[in-house]
Ligand binder design. Structure first.
Ligand code: BES
Ligand code: ZN
Length: 642
């Protein structure tokens, strides 16, 4: 029987608890997860086995989630579910199962968490099996029609679990506090290949049946599945890339340096502990640049820029194999421990692969975004969202996905590094990853560890409290400079002042003579500068430009169809504010094809600034939304106030 009751699940506030003074490895983290109903402190999944049947006709996954709790003493288990249909729940071994009664509790006020699924046990049973199916409201899944794929012949499916969407495709205890191993038997149409965040096949099976195993304990948000017409190309023994055949050789070329990246990462912070490291090239609708699913990073195809200029995204996802996947944020309020550490690590990898100037440019581009965001939070009276440690109770944990977690977090570590020196910093981080490997860590636990292992032994005064529990950017924040960026800023000022700084011979459009009256001060070609420098050039132009000057820049450099999505996003935002109409069609094509949140939000945001452009935004969104994953679609909807 399946009915709904009103359930009061009261969790205490999780801010700032005092941790018992114990040796770091023994600390008891007491913080509760505000974003899960699961009673993981009483009973928790140790291993999950999934039997899944992926049905493209009905766009439904029919599944059994077999939870193994090991020994425990609880008479009730609480799972998280959202928009799932539960058929029955049993206890016992496969083939020897008996039905159990269950209750599905009430929704939370804003329908963020979903519902608690409460199962009463006869005695503390070890195995509980949930028979279920997904529904059309399921938020993690993106079902693509053949026309939305590269190959246009086969459909595709992928999941996005982080932060709390796994409960919309698997009934489980959806909190990073608990870690478990998993295995899966997955049935898909036999023309397609199934891949998971686990050990993976490198060829299609003949019958559409696939088996997976993840032998390391992971948090629930890292379970991932993708089904499509995939092929594998190995890059080295350790790593390779999956994609639709159409993109495979391009992808293989772009990520040529992956083995080097892994070597660099291991040299920095110790062995990669997950076996193989592969990439899967996602469809354009994928809402993120990358997602660190263990063993199989999901990569947005926009990262394949053709010149390796955006591979830092892959460095970032690889770094998560330490920060995030090995040592995991305890709750979504501690998200900066995942992302801030990862950005710091990403920059270190890129510094080794390229040079310091390069990683400084990456850092500065992002720092600019952080400053803008902090101003916005201040304006909107949400200044406390600029703390590293957040309080997201009764809010969507996705609200924590800001440059604060990423960039303020990374600059926290950069500042520490400057204080203690790189050598000590690296020993500290390596020990941190080893000490807490396969565990979750709260901000408070990290702070205790930081004091004990780095600050006190080195007699260093560092106001971590200001960084973590106060808004804005602390005064002691390390300063990053870039000569190359200064040059771009000068160039932008010169160009905005009316001087023609571009190379006259390389025009994409004929230039009217009247535009060329001014002195030619530089003769620039696209290849003179890196992607990051061009971004800085566009950013350094006035917020609103004379459309004629935009046309001139476009005629020489073709910014509107530049090809690199980072550069184009900067350009489109400027073009919208300048009402430079020739950029509107390529902009529309871009946001109709690409579903990456990072690009959609600034572009729709700029469009939303005037009534006329808002109308355009609404009409583009009306057709484009079918190409977006739930996450991007709902983000754009809330931005446009729909
Ligand atoms: N884990 C994140 C993506 C994420 C965060 C998904 C929170 C859902 C909730 C991933 O590692 C990430 O940070 N991606 C970035 C790439 C990057 C280089 C900063 C992105 O998508 O832009
Ligand atoms: Zn990340």
């Amino acid at each position: 029987m399946n009915f709904t009751i009103v359930l009061a699940v009261g969790f205490s506030c999780s801010q700032n608890p005092i941790l018992p003074k114990k040796k770091s490895t023994n600390w008891i983290d007491t913080q509760k997860d505000d974003h899960s109903y699961a009673n993981v402190d009483q009973v928790s999944t140790k291993h999950l086995h999934l039997d899944l049947d992926v049905n493209f006709k009905n766009k439904t996954i029919y599944g059994v989630a077999r939870h193994d709790f090991g020994k425990h003493t609880s008479d009730t288990v609480i799972f998280d579910v959202k928009h799932l249909q539960i058929q029955k729940i049993t206890y016992g071994d496969k083939g020897n199962e008996k039905e159990l009664e269950f209750v599905i509790g009430a929704w939370d006020k804003d329908s963020i968490l979903g519902q608690p699924l409460i199962v009463a046990l006869k005695k503390p049973e070890r195995f509980v099996n949930i028979y279920y199916q997904t529904t059309s409201k399921t938020e993690a899944l993106d079902w693509l029609e053949p026309i939305q794929t590269q190959g246009k012949v086969h459909p595709m499916l992928y999941t996005q679990g982080q932060p709390i969407l796994t409960r919309t495709w698997i009934p489980l205890q959806d909190s990073p506090i608990n870690r478990f191993t998993y295995s899966a038997s997955v049935k898909v149409p036999k023309e397609l290949m199934a891949l998971m965040s686990a050990s993976n096949p490198t060829e299609k099976s003949t019958d559409g049946l696939y088996k997976f195993e993840m032998k390391q304990r992971i948090p629930s948000y890292l379970i991932a599945l993708s089904v499509g017409d995939f092929e594998y190309r190995s890059i080295s023994k350790k790593c390779g890339v999956y994609s639709e055949p159409e993109l495979l050789s391009q992808a293989r070329k772009e990520f040529d340096d992956l083995p080097k990246m892994i070597d660099v990462a291991e040299k920095l912070y110790g062995p990669y502990r997950w076996g193989k490291y592969d990439l899967l090239i996602m469809p354009y609708s994928f809402p993120y640049g990358g997602m660190e699913n263990p063993c199989l990073t999901f990569v947005n195809p926009t990262v394949i820029a053709g010149d390796k200029s955006l591979v830092s995204v892959v460095a970032h996802e690889l770094a998560h194999s330490w920060s995030g996947n090995l040592v995991t944020n305890r709750t979504w309020n501690d998200f900066w421990l995942n992302e801030g550490f990862t950005v710091y690590f990403e920059h270190r990898i890129m510094e080794e692969l390229e040079d310091e100037e390069y990683s400084d440019m990456l850092a500065l581009i992002e720092f600019g975004e952080l400053k803008e965001e902090i101003k916005m939070f201040k304006r909107e009276n949400k200044f406390s969202d600029t703390h590293l440690k957040l309080d997201l109770k009764n809010r969507n944990p996705g609200d924590g996905l800001t440059q604060v977690a990423y960039i303020k977090g990374a600059f926290f570590l950069k500042t520490l590094e400057e204080l203690v020196g790189r050598e000590k910093m690296d020993v500290f981080l390596t020990n941190y990853f080893n000490t807490f490997a396969f565990q979750t860590v709260s901000t408070e636990k990290f702070v205790e560890y930081l004091k004990e292992e780095l600050l006190e032994p080195n007699k260093i005064k560092f106001d971590f409290d200001e960084w973590i529990y106060q808004p804005g950017i602390p005064k002691n924040c390390v300063k990053v400079n870039s000569k190359r960026f200064k040059e771009m800023q000068k160039l932008a000022i010169e160009f905005a002042a009316g001087n023609d700084v571009f190379e006259p011979k390389t025009t994409y459009e004929p230039i009217p003579k009247s535009w060329r009256k001014k002195r030619v001060t530089k003769q620039l070609k696209r290849s003179d500068y890196s992607t990051q420098e061009w971004m800085e050039f566009i950013r350094s132009l006035p917020k609103k430009m004379d459309p004629e000057k935009m046309a001139l820049a476009d005629a020489y450099m073709n910014f509107s169809r530049w090809g690199n999505s980072e550069v184009m996003t900067e350009w489109y935002v400027l073009a919208i504010r300048s009402d430079y109409k020739p950029a509107f069609l390529p902009m529309e094509q871009f946001i109709t094809q690409v579903g990456r949140r990072k690009y959609l939000l600034p572009i729709y945001g700029a469009l939303n600034e005037t009534p006329e452009h808002r109308q355009l935004a609404l009409s583009i969104f009306e057709t484009a939304k079918m190409n977006y994953h739930f996450v991007s679609k709902s983000s754009v909807e809330s931005l446009l106030g729909l």
